[in-house]
Design a protein around this ligand. Structure first.
Ligand SMILES: Cc1ncc(COP(=O)(O)O)c(C=O)c1O
Length: 316
């Protein structure tokens, strides 16, 4: 089959036939959870960790997928094996499991519906962020604050991300290429709209607490790689003041792995992109997975853009 496939409620189907009800609570009220892993060289990476986080999310919100983790892993691998044949060898896939509480059942209340379970893949959109490996990502702290842990545990990966979207829209209102770096009610940095955050100071790394941000799997990988490299990592309160005075900053996420941050609120961070620690970690991570992470992202840009970025990096 030359069309991508998806899994939906017990069946693997052509993607165009994977449809859900307009009464699905995921669609109607954001009553669902999800997780997204990626591939390297078309093979799922840390899929089990992502699925374990998905099952923890489900347990927290009391959704029963009606399928066990081994089976969902097997299905994800099947969907990836098919869809990976449809992308070129230098691309990779996101693989997402989405589980909603299912179709409304007004007669019996919210816990009674049977869950909607889907597995889909998409090619990672490297071209949208590749340039930031050379020029650094601009971040802005919006006025919208991160949802406090007293309201929703930030370890939950929920489909209702309005808080994050509002923050992103505000940041992009200031600078269309910027993303939001959310602070909590006390002014401490939490996470960016789709990734975790690190700064370096005095040759050591600092990242916000899990209490206020998603326990990112890329974040855990960075902590692990850093410790392997003898780099001390602190989990700490970080404010914009700390970021302005840092020697470097970067974000981490499944698709981007590590992406340098160039500016926060228009203030330049550090003196090189990437900073020396991000560079070491990107090299170590690339060796681990057998893919040059930066080159892979840049390869997805038109040749002319790559040349312009290389020239800008030399001039900087
Ligand atoms: C809000 C938020 N924080 C952090 C992350 C990073 O998590 P991971 O490294 O597991 O992709 C994500 C990833 O989607 C996210 O959406």
């Amino acid at each position: 089959m030359t069309e991508q496939v998806a899994y939906l409620n017990g069946e693997i189907l052509p993607l165009s036939q994977a449809k859900i009800s307009v009464f699905d609570r995921g669609f109607r009220v954001g009553d669902g959870v999800f997780d997204t892993a990626r591939s390297f060289r078309h093979k799922p990476y840390k899929l089990r960790e992502h699925l374990e986080r998905l099952y923890r999310s489900m347990r927290y919100v009391r959704i029963n997928a009606g399928i066990d983790i081994d089976e969902l892993e097997k299905i994800t691998r099947q969907v990836v094996a098919h869809n990976a044949k449809l992308i070129d060898e230098r691309s990779d896939l996101w693989m997402t499991q989405v589980v909603s509480r299912g179709v409304y059942n007004r007669k019996v209340g919210i816990t009674a519906s049977s869950a909607t379970v889907a597995v889909v893949t998409e090619p990672i959109n490297f071209s949208t962020f590749a340039k930031f490996h050379r020029i650094g990502m601009p971040l802005i702290t919006p006025s919208i604050r991160h949802t406090p842990p007293e309201c929703l545990d930030p370890r939950l990966k929920t489909t209702s991300r309005m808080n994050l979207h509002m923050a992103e829209l505000e940041a992009q209102g200031h600078d269309p290429s910027a993303s939001a770096l959310l602070v909590d009610l006390n002014g401490n940095i939490t996470e960016y709209t789709s990734g975790n955050f690190f700064i370096a100071a005095g040759g050591e790394l600092y990242t916000p607490h899990e209490k206020t941000s998603l326990a990112g799997i890329a974040r855990a990988t960075v902590i692990d790689l850093a410790r392997e490299q003898g780099i001390v990592v602190h989990v700490a309160d970080i404010t914009p003041y700390d970021v302005y005075n840092a020697t470097e900053a970067f974000i981490t996420s499944t698709s981007k792995c590590i992406l340098p941050v160039g500016k926060l609120n228009g203030i330049r961070i550090g003196s090189s992109i990437p900073g020396p620690i991000a560079k070491r970690l990107l090299t170590a991570w690339s060796e681990r997975v057998g893919v040059d992470i930066v080159e892979q992202a840049l390869w997805h840009l038109p040749e002319e853009d790559r040349r312009r970025l290389d020239a800008a990096a030399v001039a900087a």
